[in-house]
Design a protein around this ligand. Structure first.
Ligand code: SRM
Ligand code: SF4
Length: 599
């Protein structure tokens, strides 16, 4: 990755703290969401009253922003939006609910309860996300409180799963389960707990909890976040090389385990400033891979996490929301100034990063055995949608329920939308395997499909410009045939699709990235690194669904003919001049994408 931070002139960082008074905020020209946060009384707004308004399935616009901090989005069924508008009916509103599950660990008892909630309130599906948690879709307003009470009974919650806060913290789930993986999980959990908003609004609104008396003093209510929380969402992950399954370069903050010769964690490299989201046609927005900033000892990791987050709290752009993520803060003030401020807040200079190597950002499928002799089975779940598929498809919901009924270990969600049946004692392996077979859960998925991801998109996502999850399976059928015709059926190539450039399935760091532009039209990005450390380049614009295969087939043919031993598809396309190597940061938009076409 090129370091763009050495040759640029940067702005002087601010010295004041964020404004938390409504009048001053208006005078300072802060973004609308800042006003909503200030006026919300620590995320309460008028949510409690809004839930009692039975004439509508929606909530007010401002509450729609606040409810995200509670782990929810107001959505509507876009498949029937036009028809309802024609009939002058309100949109078919419902809520998406996202859980907070640090490190993606779920016990069998919790699994059974989450399954029951899905069956009762959310159309019989659990949706494993690209950030190691579950979402429910289609929960109607009148069922919201019942659903939240049921979630609370599982000892999980939805606090800070969305909103301008530190969100669900991801951790390496590699089933090899070494001591380093345990350390990664512990760190993820500690960060998740310590950076959790402290307001009691969640319990009050959803569980009719008592309002804590006197709690208006900022220092008492939200000592770290204050009234305005963060300028924008903030995402943290913990990785254990050589696997980059958490896609560390796509996140605001990351920790990479540095191991000694015996595999013990000696400390963590800290990464900052990754992110995927951008807007088509707005070149001041761009995806960016994170910088590897420094190394911290285990005892300093939590402090470093808080320091990075609070510098972003104080330096992040609160006027222009589209430029508010940490990646833009670092592009604005420079990595050196950012690191110096983090060191100041940690209270000591931090060491330079240590060497590390990642080999890929996908999951390892099938059975593996951990250091402690326990077994782990990684199952491929198409786009994370856990349900019973019709027409002889996998019975994932029922099958995993049956497994949860007898399983003595736990379940792990991966950052690639898959599920691991983890910590299986040797004597239980055959029984679990029989249930997996019986419910058609391991029906062979090709190498390409196993390395694919699609975001939710239509019909629930309000921002989708094109199909994604519903379209990917048929595209896979076509591309699998194309790959097989060139003898590439066993080649691992990462492919990811999203319905818009927000990048929820991290398409810009997949070797083949397809990003929705409009109905049945996608931008095609190529040349990203297999380990997720390099962004792809725009290769073809506005490709229709029918044209995707036409573009890729000749490239597959050229790759099959010319690849060197062990050479990855993304690397090959750069070496042979099909795309230029992407430089990180704003230069992502350089118009030098397709150098030559194979079509
Ligand atoms: Fe995302 C917004 C779904 C991971 C970048 N994302 C949305 C919303 C909530 C749409 C909205 O704002 O109305 C989508 C809900 C769709 C639905 O119906 O469920 C949505 N994002 C998802 C999930 C479910 C995709 C999936 O198929 O699994 C993922 C949930 C993760 C989780 O459990 O927390 C999801 N979103 C991501 C990722 C990947 C990641 O973090 O590793 C990214 C790119 C990384 C990043 O943050 O830069 C991502 N989502 C966005 C953005 C763009 C943010 C930006 O900085 O520009 C938005 C839009 C926004 O925030 O304004 C967005
Ligand atoms: Fe929606 Fe876009 Fe995210 Fe896909 S990438 S879920 S379309 S916001």
């Amino acid at each position: 990755m090129a370091d763009k931070t050495t040759t640029r002139t940067y702005e002087t960082p601010p010295t004041d703290r964020p404004i938390s008074d409504a009048e001053a905020a208006r005078a300072a020209g802060l973004a609308a969401n800042e006003h909503i946060k200030i006026a919300s009384g620590y995320l309460r707004g008028t949510l409690a009253d809004g839930l009692l308004k039975h004439a509508t399935g929606a909530i007010s616009e401002d509450d729609g922003q606040l409810v995200k901090f509670h782990g929810m989005y107001l959505q509507d069924d876009r498949d029937i939006r036009a028809e309802r508008t024609k009939k002058k009916l309100e949109k078919a509103y419902s809520f998406m609910i996202r859980l907070r599950i640090a490190g993606g660990v779920v016990t069998p008892k919790q699994w059974l309860a989450l399954d029951e909630i899905a069956t009762t309130y959310a159309g019989g599906a659990l949706r494993a996300t690209t950030r190691q948690t579950f979402q429910y879709h289609g929960v109607i307003k009148s069922n919201l409180k019942r659903t939240m009470a049921a979630i609370d009974a599982t000892l999980l919650d939805t606090i800070a799963a969305c909103g301008d806060v530190n969100r669900n913290v991801m951790a390496a789930t590699n089933p090899a389960q070494t001591g380093a993986h345990k350390a990664a999980y512990e760190l993820a959990k500690d960060i998740s707990d310590s950076l959790l908003p402290k307001t009691s609004a969640w319990r009050e609104i959803w569980l009719d909890g008592e309002r804590v008396v006197g709690g208006e003093d900022v220092a008492e209510v939200e000592p770290v976040y204050g009234k305005t929380y963060l300028p924008r969402k903030f995402k943290t992950v913990v990785a254990v090389p050589p696997s980059n399954e958490v896609d560390i370069f796509a996140h605001d903050l990351g920790f990479i385990a540095i191991l000694d010769r015996r595999g013990k964690v000696t400390g963590w490299n800290v990464t900052v400033g990754g992110g995927m989201g951008m807007t088509h046609g707005e070149t001041d927005t761009f995806p960016r891979t994170a910088d590897v900033m420094c190394f911290v000892k285990p005892e300093d990791a939590l402090k470093a996490a808080e320091a990075v987050m609070t510098v972003q709290r104080d330096w992040g752009n609160r006027k222009v929301r589209k430029n508010a993520r940490l990646k833009y803060t670092i592009e604005r003030y420079g990595l050196a100034a950012f690191r110096a401020e983090v060191e100041k807040r940690v209270g000591k200079p931090l060491a330079d990063p240590k060497p590390f190597t990642f080999t890929g950002n996908g999951d390892r499928y099938g059975w593996t055995e951990g250091d402690d002799g326990r077994h782990h089975l990684t199952l491929y779940v198409a786009s994370g949608r856990i349900k019973d598929y019709p027409d002889g498809g996998p019975q994932l919901l029922t099958g995993l329920r049956r497994i949860a009924e007898i399983h003595q270990g736990d379940f792990r969600l991966t950052g690639n939308q898959n599920v691991i049946i983890a910590n299986v004692p040797a004597e239980k392996r055959a029984e679990i395997e029989a249930l997996v077979d019986q419910h058609g859960m391991m029906k062979g998925a090709s190498a390409l499909r196993r390395n694919s991801m699609a975001c939710v998109a239509l019909p629930t996502c309000g921002l989708a410009l094109a199909e994604s999850e519903r379209y990917l399976p048929s595209l896979m059928d076509e591309l699998e045939a194309s790959l097989a015709s060139h003898g590439l059926q066993d080649d691992e190539i990462t492919i990811r699709m999203t319905g818009c450039p927000n990048g929820c399935a991290r398409p810009f760091i997949a070797e083949i990235g397809l990003v929705g532009r409009g109905p049945e039209r996608y931008h095609l990005y190529l040349g990203a690194a297999f380990d997720g450390s390099r962004l792809g380049k725009l290769y073809a614009e506005d490709v229709t669904a029918a044209e995707i295969k036409t573009h890729l087939d000749p490239l597959f043919a050229a790759y099959a003919r010319n690849k060197q031993a062990g050479e990855r598809f993304g690397d090959y396309l750069i070496r042979d001049g099909y795309v230029t190597r992407t430089i990180n940061g704003p230069d992502f938009h350089d118009a030098t994408g397709a150098l030559k076409s194979a079509a």
